[in-house]
Write a protein that binds this ligand. Sequence first.
Ligand code: SAM
Length: 664
Amino acid sequence: MSIEIDYERLRREMVRRQIASRGIRDEALLEAMARVRREGYIPSWLGEFAYEDSPLPIEEEQTISQPYIVATMIDALKIGRSSRVLEVGTGSGYAAAVLAELASEVYTIERHASMAQAAHDRLRRDGYHNVHVQHGDGSLGWPENSPYDAIVVAAGGPRIPETLKRQLKVGGRLVMPVGKEPGLQQLVRVVRTHEDRWTSEDLGAVRFVPLVGEQGWREEPTSAPAPRPAPVDEDARTAIMRRCEPFVDHDSADLQPLLRRIGDARVVLVGESTHGTSEFYRLRARLTRELVEKHGFTIVALEADWPDVARIDRHARDLRVPDEAWEAFALFPTWMWRNEETREFVEWLRDRNLGLPAERRARLAGLDLYAMSNSIAALLGFLDRRDPAAATLARERYACLTPWQRDPAAYGRAAVTGAYRSCEGEATAMLRELMRKRLDQARRVDERWFDAEQNAHLVADAELYYRVMYYGGADAWNLRDRHMHRTLLRLLEFHGPAAKAVVWAHNLHLGDASATDMAARGETNLGELCRAHHGRDCYAIGLGTHHGTVAAASHWDGPVEFKRVRPALEGSWERLCHETRTPGFFLPLRGEEDDPLRRALERPRLQRAIGVVYRPETERHSHYFHADLPRQFDEWIWIDQTSAVTPLPTRERDGVLETWPSGL
Ligand code: SAM
């Protein structure tokens, strides 16, 4: 099914949200950005991402820059109607088109001949006759047409080439990413003030592909060491088949060898490569039941929000605690936890718990931080009952966030752009207040106070998260995973030195980030943080599949759909596992460096990650990343064919969904 995309609306939104709101005021530039059809400068299969706040891949492993960066560079060039501009690094031709909207003549050079030709054709197609494209080494400039009023270099070099500085008019501006390491630069603006004098200023950190040429890097540098010669896949497949423990049915697969490998680990991380696969939920529920019944695990922590899971936990432990008037798991993506598979596990836990004294019952807990408004509601409800004076104070403090409770992302944007004040002070003051109140010994061991304090932590971290999220990039992801890790540590501490936890979350959170592409983006995750903290006391398990069906939405906030999972791509871990022709297996990966299995698998391969959104049409770009599997996980569980979870019926009531589990 093809979806009609309203590019014009996306383009206007992009200019407003990504550029104007970040402080770029030049009307002519904003209008130029609103006119150029970015979708015409990227591969057609990436069309739906044309106005994302990010760079995108184009031909020859190059990138089209993030719209905001294009705007920032052009803004710094101060281009007028009569300007002559030189661009080094034509790439797709997109930035040249924006420049052509503003300047009199644009000269642009690209070192890849095929890209120069393609950009030329696109620019002519769109009617830009004042752009001249040349194939060649732009680090030497284009002396025949110099001097220029402005020069922009769209690739990162070790220094500003002298030749380029000399092709500027006196008074002319040059903007270029400069850095000692390829892939990480500072954006620098140089102004030629006299015949032999230039000033220079730093405009902030950026990440560009390298400038390759006589005045740039000598050859395409790589930040990663050259990969070792790859063992042929045949070896990898044979090594897996030799070492794996196969099973036919995950419901009856023998878990004992895996439990022996887990041994005395205090934290067991059980991942999943989608958020909507029935077999993953059921297998990890089976494993968790064993861990709870026979291995002393008393905490089951989910990639879900603290206050939502607290409601389900009350049911699972039969805690008689008053509930507030809001709904758990009522927001997108409801099916992720509100499903038959999870309910079965919760009901099993409740039945087991009912036969035990309160202190021996196993609990559920949520590690995530999206539910700012539910945490505020839960905290106020608790304080109303236990400390009315503190409740009054909390209402005053959280009033700052109240207008934004339905759309915290809008709060982040408003706070960052200065349209609304930041509520950081209030959120952290309330957390400090709660922590101070819990210094009292009786409260330190009181679970309701512990619960209240976790809600205050969530509000403080979420307040920061929504502001940081506005800028995109690694910081928001890291903040979320660090919050999850700290919550897990606080849970373990609260329940005492003997407490052990199982965590259920996506592979992306639980497999060690340093063994994947995430590391190059500066991202860490819960798995990496747990390993660093607990060492071999943490056992990380990843789950993967080749094909089947999955419950997922087509876009954020969309309805749940049952989608077909495409057969895995050539060159992926999933394809390799599929080629073993085994319906399912456990693959222990924790071995010494010279273990033949590790050696056979040492080459990073693609790995698929399907979240709550699945876009099969753009699967390679949207869902695959590189991972070094034996470093990422201690164990890999394979289920070749899988099916979607069964979401519980949800009934709209006054605009919100019915409480789950039913009967609460
Ligand atoms: N401005 C481009 C756009 O709008 O799509 C994005 C440019 S991309 C980040 C950098 C480009 O610089 C790549 O296409 C790369 O091939 C090119 N490049 C690198 N070194 C070059 C050089 N010495 N001369 C010309 N082009 C070069």
